[in-house]
Design a protein around this ligand. Structure first.
Ligand code: GLY
Length: 334
């Protein structure tokens, strides 16, 4: 399907850049400056999402429209159990979705722990555009969505229900997220957990979107970083944008995406800013950090991008005029 797809691995140990055909691609950090429009997204499912976003960007459309359209692809994917309508449920069998969106003016909108609505990102955008608020949660978010014309539907798919019932048999409350190196955990390599997308349009304006079904089999009412502005997503049109994936509790504790943007404001490259944010998480909880995944993805005003994660396995997708479906394996601390 992706005939032009390139996948370039840069291990934590550091592959020899000289050995790679294009070192600038390999680092995922030193892409040519001023190369926008551009859209980047977390994980391999970001490739399809970027393609959708690109349809808006290549026509000269607004980054905000691009990121909303882009992340709706994994939100609607019935095979994606970590984002959107086919997401795994919480401990009690409810599918609860989280999303947020932020534009070039600093406007933002968010929904959290929302049930029964397939595209939380579009509801988040309407919270931003049609209410004086930033965030709606739970039943209030669903009520608002229905009032805005969204269809309320049962989101729990047969596959998700089966996985949840299997998990219940363990009778042990230990939800796991995004641990790519644990094959049999709910957070194995098929559980990427979040799409975070950042785009710069032809005018140089930045927007971002972040959406997830959250930690599989979480406590009912648990909310992670993804719908929290500053944690799962932050955009400052003068500086750049950042988004995160992984264990949301650790990202919230460190206000991760805001931190990455502020570090870029101080002159850090996107990759170095992401690395510093990851290191803050590790420093605060070194033992916990051994067993969890958190990854940050960032882009600066010039269109340079970078990423860093705690564990190996994190990847991100890039789409611009030069690279339509590039998948980059990000660097990691361990
Ligand atoms: N990063 C998604 C979550 O923790 O819910």
């Amino acid at each position: 399907m992706y005939s032009r797809r390139k996948f370039i691995k840069v291990s934590a140990a550091g592959a020899s850049l000289a050995a790679l055909s294009n070192a600038s691609f390999a680092s995922g950090v030193s892409n040519s400056a001023d190369s926008f429009p551009i859209v980047i997204s977390t994980w391999d499912f970001g490739i399809a999402a970027n393609k959708e976003a690109w349809k808006t960007l290549e026509k000269g459309g607004r980054a905000l429209d691009a990121v909303e359209a882009g992340v709706k692809i994994p939100e609607g994917d019935m095979n994606n159990h970590t984002v959107g309508r086919a997401g795994y449920p919480d401990r009690d069998g409810h599918v609860t979705l989280d999303a947020c969106i932020m534009d070039e003016f600093g406007n933002c909108g968010s929904v959290a722990a929302m049930e029964g609505i397939a595209h939380p990102i579009s509801v988040a955008r309407l919270v931003m555009e049609k209410t004086p608020h930033v965030m709606l949660v739970g039943d209030g978010a669903t009520q608002f969505a229905v009032e805005q014309g969204f269809k309320k539907e049962k989101l729990l798919t047969p596959e998700s229900e089966k996985a949840w019932k299997e998990w219940l048999k363990t009778a042990k409350y230990s939800p796991v997220i995004n641990i790519e190196n644990k094959q049999h955990a709910p957070g194995n390599q098929y559980n990427h957990d979040t799409i975070g997308m950042l785009a710069i349009d032809a005018k140089g304006n930045i927007s971002g979107a972040c959406t997830t079904s959250g930690m599989a089999f979480k406590l009912h009412g648990r909310v992670g970083d993804s719908p929290i502005i500053g944690a799962g997503l932050y955009v400052d049109n003068e500086v750049g944008g950042a988004t995160s994936t992984g264990v949301g509790e650790e990202v919230i504790r460190n206000v991760g995406s805001f931190l990455v943007v502020e570090l870029m404001r101080q002159g850090y490259s996107p990759e170095d800013a992401c690395k510093e944010a990851v290191n803050r998480i590790i420093k605060k909880k070194p033992q916990t950090a051994r067993d969890i995944q958190v990854g940050f993805l960032a882009i600066n005003k010039k269109g340079r991008y970078g990423a860093y994660a705690i564990q190996p396995g994190f990847s991100f997708a890039v789409c611009n005029t030069e690279k339509q479906d590039l998948l980059v394996k990000g660097k990691s601390i361990y």
